[in-house]
Design a protein around this ligand. Structure first.
Ligand code: NAG
Ligand code: NAG
Length: 413
């Protein structure tokens, strides 16, 4: 620790051209923008055998000259994010073969010349978020055999035009982000080369079904699958997730899901969290989550659920259940006790903004208080009406549901 405490060498070099660059610890060059747009030329950051990292974030760079990164043999990291670069010339990244991370996010790039990455065998991280890519030429990523993390989000990619083999040589990719592109009709073989995928983000990808390219056998290593903010209407194929046996987190927030097959989650033996909030689910099949031993967090809020089968949750490890914003007027008698008896130890339970019959709501409040479960207590202090009818008994009949929920809509909403 003596070393860490000892003098940190801060070597400051102010270089003539704008932007202004400062070198920290002799190895990390950090530049800040000058007053005008800038073409990056040889001389600003080039020619230094000690430099390992260069940060040119938000430096008003419009173009990069061929020798801008000349003679930087130790370079491992370049951040060129938030500039105005439209293209990178073939050869501009040649030399420096130790590069591990390249951040080109938030530029105006739409095309890479074939061969751009030929001398980048060690690249592990490539961030292309927020550019203008529509597609990529086959072969351009082929030299990147060590690639682990790729961010392609917020581009103009049309999945249906992608060549499925563009990442055919990058077998070690662990995380890939396609969010905010149009990935509908993407070829089934798109991710077929991956051997170690952990994280796949398909948020806002204009999908109207769970895409086949995301559920193939070779993706059985995946732990996180994000399919939020799409247009998926049904989860009716019980085999769709059959290969994803290691999946831990599954996110379907903000789709239009109405139908769910009771066995669809069955293969997900390691699932911990399933988010289905903001959909159009009316019916929860009795077998939906049953016996998913590691499942501890389920969000079903903001759906159209009219009855909640306690059986659906038996055999899970559920700790957090969110049923807010649905259409039920009662829960099964002793809902919590029933769960407890089947081994479920819920610690957080949210059930507000449903068209509750007052006596049924009261039954639930008695239970959550008795067992010390966290709930939205602030909703039930009498400031605002939260339930309907003064009838003394909770009517647990689905036939009465419509009657009470109408009453709720008319008097409370
Ligand atoms: C790339 O740069 C952007 C903008 O500066 C930053 O938000 C992002 O985290 C960086 N990417 C990585 C993978 O570090
Ligand atoms: C439960 O869902 C409601 C409605 O979507 C949301 O406002 C609330 O934050 C959620 N609670 C938790 C603890 O996730």
């Amino acid at each position: 620790m003596a070393r860490a405490a000892c003098i940190v060498l801060l070597f400051i070099a102010v270089i003539r051209a704008d932007p202004t660059c400062v070198t920290h610890h002799e190895t990390d060059v950090v530049c800040t923008a000058g007053p005008t747009d800038h073409i990056l030329v040889r001389g600003l950051v080039s020619e230094n055998k000690k430099t390992t990292g260069i940060t040119l974030r938000d430096c008003r760079i419009t173009d990069v000259e061929l020798e801008a990164f000349h003679h930087l043999p130790a370079l491992e990291y370049i951040d060129l994010s938030s500039n105005k670069i439209r293209r990178l010339k073939l050869g501009v990244l040649d030399g420096f073969k130790k590069l591990q991370a390249l951040n080109l996010s938030y530029n105006m790039l739409s095309k890479f010349p074939l061969g751009l990455f030929d001398q980048k065998p060690k690249l592990r991280m490539l961030d292309l978020k927020g550019n203008r890519f529509e597609e990529f030429e086959l072969g351009v990523f082929d030299p990147l055999k060590k690639l682990k993390h790729v961010d392609l989000s917020s581009n103009a990619i049309l999945g249906k035009n992608l060549n499925p083999y563009i990442f055919g040589q990058s077998r070690q990719i662990q995380s890939i982000d396609f969010s905010r592109n149009d990935m509908s009709n993407t070829p089934d073989l798109m991710l077929a080369a991956f051997e170690n995928l952990d994280f796949l983000n398909l948020d806002r990808c204009s999908l109207n079904q769970v895409p086949r390219f995301a559920t193939r056998l070779n993706l059985q290593t995946m732990k996180h699958l994000i399919l939020s903010t799409n247009k998926i209407t049904s989860l009716s194929n019980p085999k769709i997730f059959r290969h994803l046996i290691k999946l831990e987190n599954l996110n379907f927030v903000a789709n239009s899901i109405e139908k769910i097959h009771g066995d669809i989650f069955k293969p997900l033996k390691n699932i911990q969290l399933i988010f289905l909030n903001k959909n159009k689910i009316k019916v929860i099949p009795e077998s939906l989550f049953r016996n998913l031993q590691h499942l501890n967090n389920v969000d079903l809020s903001k759906n159209r659920i009219e009855s909640v089968p306690v059986n659906a949750f038996r055999g899970t490890n559920l700790k957090i259940l969110n049923l807010s914003g649905n259409r039920f007027t009662y829960l099964q008698d002793n809902f919590y006790l029933e769960l407890w008896n089947s081994g479920v130890r819920l610690s957080q339970f949210f059930f507000d903004d449903n068209p509750w019959q007052c006596s049924c709501l009261n039954d639930v409040l008695v239970e959550v208080k008795k067992y010390g479960i966290l709930y939205r207590g602030d909703k039930y202090r009498g400031q605002r009406p939260v339930c309907v009818t003064n009838e003394f008994n909770c009517k647990r009949q689905s036939a009465s549901n419509d009657y009470y929920s109408q009453m709720y809509d008319n008097t409370i909403l």
